[in-house]
Design a binder for this molecule. Structure first.
Ligand code: UFG
Length: 341
């Protein structure tokens, strides 16, 4: 099938582009490059051995996106990655988050109606579960609109919008994928996560400390009710995540479904830092800091619905993710930015 990736030049989008092409599909990308680089798509294309058409535009720019789709179409499905994703920033700039994240999903659904595209896979997040009542998290675990931050609310609202759209149009195939914590990089070391500024997330932060561009990792709390006192998360290798999108596109049926994409294996902050230290062959300096506002002690999934419904499960370990992340970080200390001469 031919698949449009909105936000396809980002971290998860670029890895998914490679996975889709390797599975025999065609990919076209629209991305406004606000937190991504055309270099990611150039490298994804060379890894997969295909030219990937790229439109540098906001997916809400409907006339340009429609013209691009008509030029390269017909398109069979959209994977909607585009959106803003910094939790703290969403608290400071809520209206911008609603504008971009809701507006881009509305634009994608309008495009699909106009161009008769039946299938959408949406990047949702485990953040929609809020503070878990029970673990592991299942797709039928409670979610709410009453979440801690506007970012999470936009993910939840778009899920509801997809559900309503699928109820109104029986031909629509809509899948929301609730990502747990994506980590790692392509094993070639050519594409990976390239956050602008200081990373908010743990693994890219640890990677920058390992490469020497940041001094030490702050551990946000070591007094949680967990085995070593630090937070537990379900870290999923980005290649497993990419394969989950391929499976979702290939297995999508009429209606709306949600799936957790995670490993089901909880890993603590200290365990992740130790694994990264082994992968990089160096000691990672740390300092214990107070808890970060809004963090939960533990978040990990029951991945069985995706195994049964999509025939997909994660296969890569945290050690592989650390090795691949380290390879990317050490080979590209400045990310996609051209090296200084
Ligand atoms: N952590 C640190 N130090 C850091 C960064 C993180 O100790 O410098 C800890 C956090 O307290 C947490 C764990 O590492 O225990 C993971 O934190 P991340 O920021 O990497 O990830 P989160 O689980 O907080 O959030 C991620 C995504 C969100 C998404 C959420 C879903 O960033 O977009 O998972 O659960 F919504």
């Amino acid at each position: 099938m031919r698949v449009l990736l909105s936000g396809g030049a980002g971290y998860i989008g670029a890895h998914t582009a490679v996975a889709l092409i390797e599975a025999g599909h065609e990919v076209i990308v629209v991305d406004d490059m606000s937190n991504s680089s055309p270099e990611a798509i150039a490298r994804a294309g060379s890894l997969a051995g295909a030219e990937i058409p790229l439109l540098g535009a906001d997916v809400r720019d409907e006339p340009r996106v429609r013209a691009f789709v008509q030029q390269h179409g017909p398109v069979d499905a959209v994977v909607h990655f585009a959106g803003l994703k910094a939790v703290g920033e969403s608290v400071a700039q809520p209206v911008r988050y609603y504008d971009v994240n809701i507006g881009s999903a509305v634009a994608v659904l309008r495009l699909m109606a106009a161009e008769s595209i039946p299938t959408i896979v949406f990047s949702s997040s485990a953040t929609v579960y809020g503070r878990p009542e029970t673990l592991p998290l299942r797709e039928d675990s409670p979610t709410g609109i009453d979440l801690a931050n506007p970012y999470g609310k936009t993910k939840r609202i778009v899920e509801e919008m997809l559900k309503d759209a699928a109820a109104a149009d029986p031909r629509l195939r809509a899948i929301a994928l609730r990502y747990f914590n994506p980590v790692g990089a392509h094993p070639s070391g050519r594409i990976g996560e390239d956050p602008s500024g200081t990373p908010n997330n743990l693994m890219p932060y640890v990677a920058r400390v390992a490469v020497g561009s940041l001094e030490r990792v702050g551990i946000f709390g070591d007094d949680y009710p967990t085995p070593d006192g630090t937070g537990l998360r379900d870290y999923i290798h980005v290649l497993d995540l990419a394969a989950g999108h391929v499976a979702a596109l290939e297995r999508a049926r009429e209606g709306f479904e949600v799936y957790n994409l995670g490993t089901g294996v909880p890993v603590s902050v200290r365990e992740l830092i130790a694994a990264f230290g082994r992968a990089a062959g160096r000691q990672i300096p740390t300092a214990v800091l107070p808890r970060r506002a809004g963090d939960v002690a533990a978040s990990y999934c029951d991945p069985s619905k995706a195994r049964e419904g999509l025939g997909w499960s994660a296969t890569r370990t945290i050690d592989e993710a650390c090795r691949d992340s380290w390879r990317w970080q050490s080979q590209n200390p400045r990310g996609y930015a051209p090296s200084p001469r």
